[in-house]
Design a protein around this ligand. Structure first.
Ligand code: SAH
Ligand code: SF4
Length: 375
């Protein structure tokens, strides 16, 4: 299978062109066709020689994604279900924010971290996405606007879709370099956020990789006991190790860290949990930002329910009284399959049912034919 050219950073593309006997400016031209004119085929790159176009076609595809379903909610949140070249499915979400268009990308097919509240973790990781497949999600959403003549640009990106980005570290970093490139999509690093379940060793790598991208950590609990009970990863990277890595990150970058905290009724949402959380963040108040997130119910995880608003507000008050920066996150797309992984898991169930009924047809056909053959 040919890789997507979107997976190459500008430097990679230049090196590839030079290795293939082309001048550097030819690579720059290709880059402009890809990210400024956003063409769908190499043939549209009309200032390149036929031979070079042929070489590009021999080695790469542009878009590796096939759009299967688009669902638009009343608030404009749009979900895209895409098929990969090996027929696996991923989803991408577009949110219309006051500050612009924000896209949530998927980084893996499934996820091995297995958090007990998450729809994505229901399916073990099938494979990592390539950098090109992650970039292509941004390009497909941008084209969706281009093709409707809407002069809007994807200006923000959150790496919060299916998968653990730091379990696919190198591809995710290349993806970030491509979309951040100022001669390409030029999405500002400060407008990009990567969310991790807390792979402490990778947080350390991320601290020194030179990208000015924001970091969000899925904390979801104020102590090891609660966190280990809902997030298996906490057994490998408990809070002490996680916070050592976060301290290192803050030391190196002096950047703020967002802590995501899903409010699960009776599990982690009581005032004493809020106090414990405030204590945990005591020494990094200015650089810590807590996002209280309403839980999106997942059918398969019916042991959890959403915290009542009253409890969320009480929790918020305790944090505020302790001087912790905190917001209650607004929900998006509540009238479509909102939680990441839900549209995909629904589509997979549908396909499974279709396959089953197709098998049933084959069976009944055999049942009809076999007696005749015997006879
Ligand atoms: N794997 C990374 C990024 C993808 S998940 C991570 O875990 O951070 C993105 C965010 O969605 C995480 O904070 C995750 O905990 C949260 N999430 C998962 N399932 C959810 C659900 N059912 N309702 C609300 N948020 C959920
Ligand atoms: Fe994976 Fe993130 Fe879901 Fe946990 S919350 S299972 S890390 S996608």
């Amino acid at each position: 299978m040919k890789p997507s050219i979107y997976g190459l950073t500008r430097e990679d593309l230049i090196n590839w062109a030079l290795e293939n006997g082309e001048k550097k400016f030819r690579a720059t031209q290709v880059w402009e066709w890809l990210y400024q004119k956003r063409v769908r085929s190499f043939e549209e790159m009309t200032n390149l020689s036929k031979a070079f176009i042929e070489k590009l076609n021999e080695n790469f595809v542009i878009n590796p994604l096939k759009q299967l379903v688009v669902q638009e909610a009343s608030d404009g949140t749009t979900k895209y279900l895409f098929e990969l070249p090996d027929k696996m499915m991923i989803e991408t979400v577009l949110m219309r924010q006051q500050y612009g268009l924000s896209v949530c990308v998927t980084t893996q097919v499934g996820c091995n971290i297995g958090c007990t509240f998450c729809a994505s973790g229901l399916l073990k990781k099938q494979r990592d996405l390539t950098a090109g497949e992650i970039v292509a999600q941004i390009m497909e959403v941008q084209r969706y606007f281009d093709e409707r003549g809407e002069d809007e640009r994807v200006s923000h990106v959150v790496v919060m879709g299916i998968g653990e980005p730091f379990d696919n570290y190198d591809n995710v970093m290349n993806f970030l370099r491509v979309i951040n490139d100022d001669k390409g999509m030029a999405i500002g690093a400060r407008h990009i956020t990567v969310s991790t379940s807390g792979l402490a060793n990778r947080i350390r790598d991320f601290a020194t990789n030179g990208l000015q991208v924001n970091l969000a950590v899925s904390l979801h609990a104020p102590n090891n006991e609660v966190r280990s009970s809902i997030m298996r990863i906490n057994r490998s990277w408990p809070l002490e190790k996680l916070f050592d890595a976060i301290d290192y990150y803050v030391e190196q970058t002096n950047r703020r860290v967002t802590f995501e905290y899903i409010m699960l009724s009776g599990v982690n949402d009581q005032p004493h949990h809020a106090q414990e959380l405030a204590n945990l963040l005591r020494d990094k108040k200015k650089l810590a930002y807590v996002n209280l997130i309403p839980y999106n119910p997942v059918t398969e995880h019916d042991q959890y329910s959403r915290s009542p608003m009253e409890d969320v507000l009480k929790f918020y008050d305790v944090l505020k009284k302790n001087g912790v920066n905190c917001v209650i996150r607004k929900e998006h797309g509540t009238d479509i399959d909102a939680a990441c992984g839900q549209l995909r898991s629904k589509q997979m169930k549908k396909q499974h049912a279709m396959e089953k009924s197709a098998n049933a047809e084959v069976l009944s056909f055999e049942e009809k034919i076999k007696p005749q053959l015997k006879g």
